[in-house]
Each structure stands twice: as structure tokens, then as C-alpha cells.
Design a protein around this ligand. Structure first.
Ligand code: ADE
Ligand code: ZN
Length: 343
């Protein structure tokens, strides 16, 4: 089924784990190629396992399925498949997370991951019409030492990586653990984001801001619980990369209709809408735009605002070339015809 025009408005995707785009069909194809036996009979049985109770139950499956990603070719195929899907969804720019520690734990080195992804990213503008940047995430349920070793391993590839992030199991793994590695990354000129306030309370967001010095907060779903935090996020124009379908699938909220996106926009927060792990959560980013339009009654001007915000919040500000690209994308958003579209 082709996607509604509203869903295809030009947009940037800023919260996207490349490993979370692994579709069951590709997982089985890569498993066969690498001589790996998956503990599922077929794609249908695998899909049935996508009923998550919480973040941890998702992460368990997400990490185990990564076993099929072994060679540069595998990472290239993964990124290429995502970019093709993203192009159909109106994505014009993507800032893509990857989890090197999850691969290193299986003996897959940093160079294999980065070079494989880079092969697909390097031809993305020509092939898919999507500009890209790569963000390396540390796993917050691993040690600070392991994060520092990962930063060290990334040093030969820093021309391919724009920034660092922090993901995996949040509660009990506060940002403060990673102060030093964020300082070291900042000194290397890397941009900083972190997951905060996904399952955790607003204190996790405060730590990401005050201790890690993040420029963007991934999730920040519960920020409205803390008026002082809202004041701070609004004052400093800190973008939030919200992922409404992820929040429903991981049961952080009961139903999409309960999502605080509209209230957050009303409060003046710089909100963006993203897909997180689209293969697992039932939709890519255009599908997510469509879903929030339907469930939350987000009108056309707000849809345009979300699309505009995605470019404003992007890291397309590091050079005159990037600034020009961003201006071009925002002009595309402003010119996009929504008024005679029913949805
Ligand atoms: N890694 C991949 N997806 C994630 C999410 N939604 N939260 C934390 N870590 C993740
Ligand atoms: Zn995420």
C-alpha cells in the first residue's frame, strides 16, 4: 500500500537505530549467507516474537538478532535497505545510530561496521536522495571503561562519525557514569546526544543535559512532569527526538492517543517525530507521521512544524555546505502541498 501524501512530507530522521531496521526477511537472508541458524522457523514466527513487555524484552531480541550481521557486506545491505524504505517515506536527511559494542561483543570489529555502513551512506544522496550522518552509541548498561575503549577504537574512523549517543537499558544506568567519555568525545569535536527519559524519570534528562552536555535529547518523553525541566529545554531550544510508535510498543504509554506530543508542542518544546527501531515497532517515520496525525488529530500546520523541526534539530549546521542543504530542505517543507490532502 502506498503511503499517504501527508506521511511523505520531506523530513529528517534523527532517532533511528540502524540495527533496529533489520527486517525479518533480511535477517533470514543474512543468516543463510553466514551459516547461522536462527531460533525461529520462519519470518512469520519471528514476527510473532515482536510482542514486547518493556524496553528490556525488546533489547533482548534486538541484540540476539544482530548475530546475523557479520561482514561489511551485511552492514552495507542493512543500511541500503533502510535508506530505500526511508526514501519512500519522505526522508531527505538521516542521522543514523549504530551500536558498536553489541558487534564487538560478537567479534565484529569497529572497522567492519563503519566501513560497511559507510559504503551505503556514501552513495545515499545519489541513489536515494538522502543525506546522512552517523552517530556512534555507547551501551549504558556496559561500563564506562568499555565506552572509553569504544571511543578509542573509533578514532581511525572519526571522519565518518559526526557524534556520540547513549542507548540500551536506561533505568539504573544514569548518564553520570559516562561523564568522562562524553568529555573526551567533545574534545575530539564530536556532537553529543543521549537517550534520556525513555523509561526513566526527568532526572535522567537533567543528567544528560548537565553532566553530559547533550545538544539533543533522545525521547525525553516524561519531561512535562517537571516544569523546571520544560523551562530549561525551551530556553535552550534543546530538541527532543520523540518516537511515539516505540513508546506504545514498549508500553511506556498505553495507547498512541495518550501520547503527550501535542501537549509538548503546546509547551513550546522543540519536538521531532522519529521511528527508533522501525522493523520492530510497526512503522517507519512516514508511517509515524500518519499515525500521530490520525490518533492525536495533529493538523497540517503542526505536521509541517514537525517536519521543519526535524531539519532545525539536525546536525546540518557544521559547515556552509550543510547550512545550505538545510535551507533547501526547509524550503521543500514550506512548499509541500498539504491543504488538499485528506490524510
Ligand atoms: N537501542 C535500540 N533501541 C533502543 C531504545 N528504544 N532505547 C534504548 N536503547 C535502544
Ligand atoms: Zn532509540
Amino acid at each position: 500500500m502506498s503511503l499517504a501524501p501527508l506521511a511523505r512530507i520531506p523530513k529528517a530522521e534523527l532517532h533511528l537505530h540502524i540495527e533496529g531496521t533489520l527486517e525479518p526477511e533480511l535477517a533470514f537472508e543474512l543468516a543463510a549467507r553466514n551459516g547461522i541458524t536462527l531460533p525461529y522457523a520462519d519470518t512469520e514466527e519471528l514476527r510473532k516474537a515482536y510482542l514486547f513487555a518493556d524496553l528490556q524484552s525488546f533489547l533482548d531480541l534486538y541484540y540476539s538478532l544482530m548475530a546475523v550481521l557479520v561482514t561489511e557486506d551485511d552492514f552495507e545491505a542493512l543500511a541500503d535497505a533502510y535508506l530505500a524504505r526511508a526514501a519512500e517515506q519522505g526522508v531527505r536527511h538521516a542521522e543514523i545510530f549504530f551500536d558498536p559494542q553489541a558487534h564487538a561483543a560478537r567479534g565484529v570489529e569497529m572497522g567492519t561496521v563503519v566501513e560497511g555502513l559507510h559504503r551505503a551512506l556514501a552513495r545515499s544522496e545519489a541513489r536515494h536522495g538522502i543525506s546522512t550522518k552517523l552517530i556512534m552509541c555507547f551501551l549504558r548498561d556496559r561500563s564506562a571503561e568499555s565506552a572509553m575503549e569504544t571511543l578509542e577504537a573509533a578514532k581511525p574512523y572519526l571522519d565518518r562519525i559526526v557524534g556520540i549517543g547513549l542507548d540500551s537499558a536506561e533505568v539504573g544506568n544514569p548518564a553520570s557514569k559516562f561523564r568522562e567519555v562524553y568529555e573526551a568525545a567533545g574534545a575530539l569535536g564530536l556532537r553529543k546526544v543521549a537517550h534520556a527519559g525513555e523509561e526513566g524519570d526527568p532526572s535522567y534528562v537533567w543528567e544528560a543535559l548537565d553532566i553530559l552536555g547533550v545538544e539533543r535529547v533522545d525521547h525525553g518523553l516524561r519531561s512535562l512532569e517537571d516544569p523546571e525541566l520544560v523551562t530549561r529545554l525551551v530556553r535552550d531550544r534543546i530538541p527532543l527526538t520523540l518516537c511515539p510508535l516505540s513508546n506504545v510498543r514498549l508500553r511506556t504509554i498505553d495507547m498512541l492517543e495518550d501520547h503527550p506530543l501535542v501537549k509538548m508542542m503546546d509547551a513550546g518544546l522543540l519536538c521531532t517525530v522519529n521511528s527508533d527501531d522501525p522493523s520492530y515497532f510497526g512503522g517507519y517515520v512516514g508511517d509515524t507521521f500518519h499515525a500521530v496525525h490520525e490518533a492525536l488529530g495533529i493538523d497540517h500546520e503542526r505536521v509541517r512544524e514537525l517536519a521543519r523541526n526535524s531539519f532545525v534539530a539536525s546536525f546540518l549546521d557544521g559547515s556552509a555546505e550543510d547550512e545550505a542543504l538545510r535551507a533547501r530542505y526547509i524550503a521543500e517543507v514550506e512548499a509541500y502541498e498539504l491543504d488538499d490532502i485528506s490524510g
